[in-house]
Ligand binder design. Structure first.
Ligand SMILES: C[S@@+](CC[C@H](N)C(=O)[O-])C[C@H]1O[C@@H](n2cnc3c(N)ncnc32)[C@H](O)[C@@H]1O
Length: 235
């Protein structure tokens, strides 16, 4: 079931149809899980996010583009409550399976994305999003960031980790190729599709967008040649 917003205009970008790599396919979702487990350590990633975003045990957090729960599962063991949203039914299905198997009671999942996640019962302490915002074209990214800022408490944290371009515009061809080469050596098969069919942005575009929606960048970290982390605070 999709938690689409009730008064959504007919022209709202259909994020369920444009998830890039075909995450609507169960085999893709299963392969994603097994491939990412080979080069990622979800617990260590959570610890890094917890430290950087200064998450507290009492925090209520929202994970957007949660996938199979790379962040949501470890976060549920530390934070008071985790809302987890994704537009892919198979990815959410794998997360829900883990929730049941591990008898987790503090994760609430939504079949929804950046543009359609519902108004939550309470403003959240933190929004976390890893490797997902690049699925939206730039205009819709700004709409998504505005919705994120609105979902946060004043002083709340937005933690974004994503593929972000930070080469000069003039060297777009070499810059993009360098990103692709770096991605191929870690993420393998996803790299070409990422560049050709998804929507990573320049850093200066994202930074202007954060400012516009009332999010102040407090930390800017390059976790890899192509992965940029922003820790932002709502004013
Ligand atoms: C590369 S995976 C990342 C999953 C997870 N955050 C992780 O770190 O493993 C990208 C995820 O973004 C989801 N996605 C794509 N478009 C989205 C949107 N508009 N809103 C929310 N999630 C979206 C996909 O379904 C997929 O689960």
């Amino acid at each position: 079931m999709n938690e689409r917003i009730e008064d959504a205009p007919s022209w709202l970008y259909d994020e369920f149809q444009h998830a890039g790599v075909d995450y609507a396919n169960i085999d893709v979702a299963k392969k994603y899980e097994s491939r990412h487990l080979k080069f990622r350590d979800f617990e260590a990633e959570f610890e890094r996010i917890r430290e950087r975003a200064d998450l507290k045990r009492s925090d209520v957090v929202l994970d957007l583009g949660c996938g199979t729960g790379a962040f949501a599962i470890p976060a549920s063991r530390y934070c008071a409550k985790v809302y987890a949203a994704d537009v892919s039914a198979p990815m959410l299905g794998l997360l829900r399976q883990k929730i049941t198997e591990q008898k987790i009671e503090n994760i609430e999942t939504f079949a929804a994305g950046f543009l359609t996640f519902p108004t939550l019962p309470e403003p959240v302490d933190a929004v976390v999003s890893s490797l997902a915002l690049h699925h939206l074209p730039d205009f819709w990214k700004v709409v998504a960031l505005k919705r994120i800022a609105d979902a946060l408490k004043p002083g709340g944290v937005f933690y974004l980790s994503d593929v972000v371009f930070h080469f000069p515009v003039e060297t777009w061809r070499e810059g993009t190729q360098a990103v692709l080469d770096a991605m191929e050596s870690s993420a393998g098969g996803e790299a070409n599709a990422h560049i050709a069919r998804e929507y990573s942005s320049f850093d200066w575009f994202l930074e202007a967008a954060f400012e516009r929606v009332g999010l102040t960048v407090e930390q800017k970290i390059d976790d890899a040649a192509f992965i940029r982390v922003y820790v932002c605070r709502k004013k």
